[in-house]
Design a protein around this ligand. Structure first.
Ligand SMILES: *Cc1c(COP(=O)(O)O)cnc(C)c1O
Length: 360
C-alpha cells in the first residue's frame, strides 16, 4: 500500500503499527464483538482503556504521584481559557512568554480574564529566538508563568526548562512525548493530541494537585473546571473515546520502542540531519537561531519564493506531502514528529537536493 510521508503539523502522521493494530481490532475489540467506538465510556471495556492509558502515560513521562492526568476535549485552544479561569485564584496577574504564534494567541485570550504581563518577548526578532532567561522581567504576584515549549508555526523550541520559582504552565502540544521532561518542575503541562499523540479531539492536561485548591472564577462553567474533571476521572461527560483509545495505543507503541529517551535520540538525529542539509545549502534557509531550533517543526524558505509552488508540486509527486508552511509565516515546514520515520527525512533531503540541482 502507498503511504505518503506526511509532513503536516497536525493532524499529523501516526505510527503505522498503531494504525494497523486499530484496524485489526476495529470490528471486535479484544473479542468483545464490538468496536471500541461502540461501547459505553463507563463499561468494563473502556475502563480497561482508561486504566492502561493512564498507567502507560504516567510511566512514559515518569509523572509524580502528586499530579493528576486529565483526558479532556476542546483542543489546546480551550486551555487558553481554562488555565486563567482555574489558576488565577485570588490573583489578578499572570505572566506570559511570547515566543511565537501560539503564545501570542494564548496571551491575547488570557487578557479576557486577567492582567497579562509579558515577561519576555521575541516578536521583534520575528520569533527566531528565545530571550535569555536572565533578561525576563517578572511583575510581583503572578498567578503563574505560561510558555509554549515548542512553537509549532515558527519552529522554535525551548532547549531546556526555564529556571524559575513561578508556577510554570506549559503548552507542549507539539512536543510532548518527543523527549523526557521533568514534570515535577511544572504546575500544568498540557497538549492536544493531534500533533504527536493521537487523533484530534483529545487534550491531555497534567496538573499538580495543590493547584486544584485555587478557586475557579465564579462564572466558570462546570465543564471548564479542572477540579470537577479530576473528581469525575475525566468522565464528567462522554469523552472522545476513539481518540483516547488511539492515544493509548500510541503510548504502548512508545513503551515498546524504548520510551521517550529513545524518541529523543531519534528526533535529535532526524532534525539535525535536516538542519545540517539546510545550512549547507545556498538555496534553503532556516531563520531560527540554532540553539532554539525545533526538533519537531523544521521551517525553511527557498531563496527564490517564485519556486515555492513548483517545489510543493514536485514534492507531492514523490509522496512528500503537506510541506507548505503555515499561512502566517509562509515558506515551507516539515513537521517530523515521533511517527515520521528517519527514511521520510532522508527522502525529503534527497528531494530537496534534486530540486536545487534542477531548478535552483
Ligand atoms: C496546534 C497547537 C495549538 C492549537 O491546538 P487546537 O487543538 O487546534 O486548539 C495550540 N498550541 C500549540 C503549541 C499547537 O501546536
Amino acid at each position: 500500500m502507498d503511504r505518503k510521508y506526511n509532513f503536516a503539523a497536525g493532524p499529523a502522521m501516526l505510527p503505522e503499527d498503531v494504525l494497523r493494530e486499530a484496524r485489526e481490532e476495529l470490528l471486535s475489540w479484544h473479542g468483545s464483538g464490538m468496536s471500541i467506538m461502540e461501547v459505553s465510556h463507563r463499561g468494563p471495556e473502556f475502563e480497561t482503556v482508561i486504566h492502561e492509558s493512564q498507567q502507560d502515560l504516567k510511566s512514559l513521562l515518569n509523572i509524580p504521584d502528586n499530579y493528576h492526568v486529565l483526558f479532556l476535549q476542546g483542543g489546546a485552544r480551550l486551555q487558553f481559557s481554562m488555565i486563567p479561569m482555574n489558576i488565577l485564584g485570588s490573583k489578578k496577574k499572570a505572566g506570559y512568554v511570547n515566543t511565537g504564534v501560539w503564545s501570542k494567541q494564548a496571551l491575547e485570550e488570557a487578557k479576557r480574564y486577567c492582567d497579562v504581563t509579558v515577561v519576555a518577548d521575541s516578536e521583534s526578532d520575528h520569533y527566531t529566538s528565545i530571550p535569555e532567561y536572565n533578561t525576563w522581567q517578572f511583575a510581583d504576584d503572578l498567578a503563574y508563568l505560561y510558555y509554549v515549549d515548542n512553537e509549532t508555526v515558527n519552529g522554535v523550541e525551548f532547549p531546556d526548562i526555564p529556571e524559575t520559582n513561578q508556577v510554570l504552565v506549559s503548552d507542549m502540544s507539539s512536543n510532548l512525548l518527543s523527549r523526557p521532561v521533568d514534570i515535577s518542575k511544572f504546575g500544568i503541562v498540557y497538549a492536544c493530541a493531534q500533533k504527536n499523540i493521537g487523533p484530534a479531539g483529545l487534550t491531555i492536561v497534567i496538573i499538580r494537585d495543590d493547584l486544584l485548591e485555587r478557586e475557579p472564577l465564579a462564572f466558570a462553567p462546570s465543564m471548564l473546571r479542572y477540579e470537577l474533571h479530576v473528581k469525575n476521572q475525566s468522565l464528567l461527560n462522554t469523552p472522545p473515546t476513539f481518540s483516547w483509545y488511539m492515544a493509548g495505543l500510541v503510548f504502548k507503541y512508545l513503551k515498546a520502542h524504548g520510551g521517550l529517551a529513545a524518541m529523543a535520540a531519534i528526533n535529535q538525529k532526524k532534525s539535525q540531519k535536516l538542519y545540517e542539509f539546510i545550512d549547507s545549502s545556498q538555496f534553503y534557509q532556516n531563520p531560527v537561531r540554532p540553539r532554539y531550533r525545533s526538533r519537531m517543526n523544521v521551517v525553511f524558505t527557498l531563496t527564490d519564493n517564485n519556486l515555492d509552488a513548483l517545489f510543493l508540486k514536485l514534492a507531492e509527486k514523490e509522496g512528500l506531502t503537506n510541506l507548505k508552511g503555515h499561512r502566517i509565516v509562509g515558506g515551507m515546514r516539515a513537521s517530523i514528529y515521533n511517527a515520521m520515520p528517519e527514511a521520510g527525512v532522508d527522502a525529503l533531503i534527497d528531494f530537496m537536493q534534486h530540486f536545487v540541482k534542477h531548478h535552483g
